[in-house]
Ligand binder design. Structure first.
Ligand SMILES: *Cc1c(COP(=O)(O)O)cnc(C)c1O
Length: 261
């Protein structure tokens, strides 16, 4: 029996097959949605969101040709990607979660793109962190598309009520111009565009339409800031219809996330 039994790697890796099937389904959905929208699928990048899933899945995805991966927590992302990034050429780590100011320097030291810049303090902290790590950092301004967001003029009571809700993050559209100017004035940050998560429980179409409007206004100031990061497993077709250039897809490729980590 020596020499003839197949090695484990030749026996097929069911997880790799599942990931391959998930990727293929999502690419098919993207192709169909682009077709319906009269867009070229080459304009749309799928970022595979690997949060909650182990480094072994990141390696499998890399072996399947995926180069853009997304994570939302500093500790998890830095631990998971340290090895994989070192031995996978061209891997890009997209940070898509809310960033506490005291975690900004850490994120700036390893992320390739930060999608969630939503306040001036964070611009300053990321800029400082990137400079300290002697690297440039590409960023997007996250926009809050929630139609229920209370106007700033409603004051402290409304603000307190809003902050009790789920922390999806994002800047008020009225504050995006100031954030863009701050990124432009920074030493180490480059602006790629805008990002948003559709509000829960409402039709994502109008929300993504508002994001397209914000993107247009940003591009009038920074023509190279062409990225629109929008669309997840459940709403990627709608996002494509409204001009998304980067989708952030987890569940549809990796399956349901474990509830604990
Ligand atoms: C988790 C996450 C995603 C992926 O969501 P799925 O529904 O699993 O595709 C996308 N964007 C952000 C900001 C996320 O946190």
């Amino acid at each position: 029996m020596t020499g003839f039994s197949p090695q484990p790697t030749e026996m097929g890796d069911q997880r790799a097959e599942a990931l391959r099937a998930g990727l293929s389904d999502v690419r098919e959905r993207v192709a169909r949605a682009c077709d319906a929208a009269g867009r070229d699928p080459a304009e749309v990048t799928v970022i595979v969101v690997t949060k909650f899933f182990p480094a072994s899945d990141v390696r499998r995805l890399a072996a399947l040709g995926v180069r853009d991966m997304g994570e939302n927590r500093d500790q998890e992302a830095s631990a998971k990607f340290a090895d994989v990034k070192a031995d996978t050429a061209g891997l890009r780590l997209h940070f898509i979660g809310q960033i506490q100011t005291n975690k900004a320097a850490s994120v700036a030291s390893y992320a390739d793109v930060v999608h969630t810049v939503d306040r001036l303090k964070l611009v300053t902290a990321l800029d400082r962190g990137a400079a300290a790590a002697d690297r440039r950092l590409r960023v997007l301004v996250q926009v809050d598309l929630d139609p229920a967001r209370p106007a700033a003029t409603l004051g402290a009571v409304a603000t307190a009520a809003a902050s009790a809700g789920p922390a999806r993050g994002g800047a008020d559209p009225a504050d995006v111009g100031g954030l863009v100017a701050a990124v432009q004035a920074s030493a180490a940050l480059d602006l790629l565009g805008v990002m948003a998560v559709a509000p829960l429980g409402v039709d994502p179409g109008p929300a993504f339409g508002r994001l397209a409007d914000v993107s247009r206004a940003v591009r009038a100031v920074v023509p190279d800031a062409t990225w629109i990061s929008a669309g997840m497993s459940g709403d990627l077709e709608v996002a494509i219809r409204h001009g998304a250039t980067h989708l952030r897809v987890g569940t549809a490729i990796l399956g349901s996330r474990p509830t604990l980590r």
